[in-house]
Design a protein around this ligand. Structure first.
Ligand code: RAM
Length: 335
């Protein structure tokens, strides 16, 4: 080989390497091990969040986190969550995975966390000021979730009659966003269904049961109730079971908490996504953030899947699944 040929070959090889660097996706450095991660739900005692935390713990184990603490209030309110965000700041956690019970009340604490170099990723319920968190891991778009629930109730009541919404808290971004889409979709798609009101049970079992009874008292001819909260739908189904009645109930529930009511005939069909996955991906996003200069990379891996941020730093997991007599037993064994 002449020296010229050698030079040409070497240059060509170099060009290939450079081209390779330019076009291949940037290699993702593995997230750091030894991180201290705080997992803060709306309330620690809600079954849905126990599943969410199971996913977070699974991620923490894979990530070899030094600490992965499930801390939070027993009442799902923003003011009650503040104490735990402040605790995470004081104890110098690297990251917080948060489901915000209040879309506004946490902003000052989240700003403090950010200033202290703590990565905050919301998961399940976001905050209004999206600059106060690095990213948000949500189930599916609010439009898809809201409209799906309307379709479920319409199907059950034959497209006509009065319906009410039994929500969690008026402060929660996820509930509000779903309800806004329900309100827009109902008159367009189902003009013979009348929405008579939105009632708030604050993700508290007792208050949700009271609100269910309030709906029946105020609207004895109510045909259906949509409850987009696992606490609300369970309380409604429980009340229907103990008092009897014909009101159709649907919404978002935890299969393990709803199995008896589906098999008992109080609820025909409802939906949800996998809360374990939601906590899992949220925790990976938080660990990536704490490992990459306090920014969640545009795309990152959680387990075997790659997730990519869309507008406003939101990562969606996928459409909700639906449950009825045919599959409730199978799903109740999982979450
Ligand atoms: C409750 C909470 C949570 C919501 C689920 C469906 O557990 O309000 O934020 O996503 O229901």
């Amino acid at each position: 080989m002449t020296s010229l040929t050698k030079k040409v070959l070497a240059a060509a090889a170099g060009a290939v390497v450079i081209a390779g660097l330019a076009t291949a996706p940037a290699a993702q450095a593995a997230p750091k091990s030894g991180l201290k991660i705080a997992v803060i739900p709306k309330a620690v005692n809600i079954g849905y969040f126990k599943g969410w935390n199971d996913g977070a713990q699974k991620a923490c184990k894979e990530l070899k986190a030094a600490k992965c603490d499930y801390i939070g209030p027993t009442q799902a309110t923003g003011p009650a969550q503040l104490k735990f965000i402040n605790q995470a700041i004081q104890q110098k956690y690297n990251a917080i995975v948060l489901s915000a019970a209040d879309q506004n009340a946490l902003a000052p604490a989240l700003k403090k966390a950010k200033a202290a170099g703590i990565c905050v990723v919301t998961s399940d319920a976001d905050v209004a000021d999206t600059t106060t968190r690095a990213a948000s891991v949500l189930p599916a778009s609010a439009q898809r979730i809201g409209e799906a629930e309307v379709d479920w109730i319409a199907q059950e009541i034959g497209g006509k009659g009065k319906v009410a919404i039994l929500s969690a808290a008026a402060t929660a971004a996820n509930q509000n966003a779903w309800i806004d889409f329900m309100k827009a979709y109902l008159p367009k798609k189902y003009p013979n269904i009348q929405l008579v009101g939105v009632y708030y049970g604050d993700d508290d079992a007792t208050k949700s049961a009271q609100q269910y009874n309030q709906i029946l008292t105020e609207h004895p001819d109510i045909a259906g109730i949509i409850s987009p909260t696992t606490v609300g739908i369970r309380a409604a189904a429980q009340e229907k079971k103990s008092k009897g009645g014909t009101v159709a109930i649907t919404g978002l529930g935890l299969p393990s908490e709803m199995k008896d009511y589906v098999l008992g005939g109080q609820v025909t069909k409802f939906g949800l996504w996998n809360p374990i996955d939601l906590g899992y991906v949220g925790t990976y996003a938080a660990a990536e953030c704490a490992s990459s200069g306090n920014k969640v990379p545009k795309s990152f891996k959680a387990g075997s899947k790659t997730y990519t941020q869309g507008a406003n730093g939101v990562i969606f997991l996928g459409d909700p699944a639906t449950f009825d007599k045919s599959n409730i037993t199978k799903f109740a064994a999982i979450y």
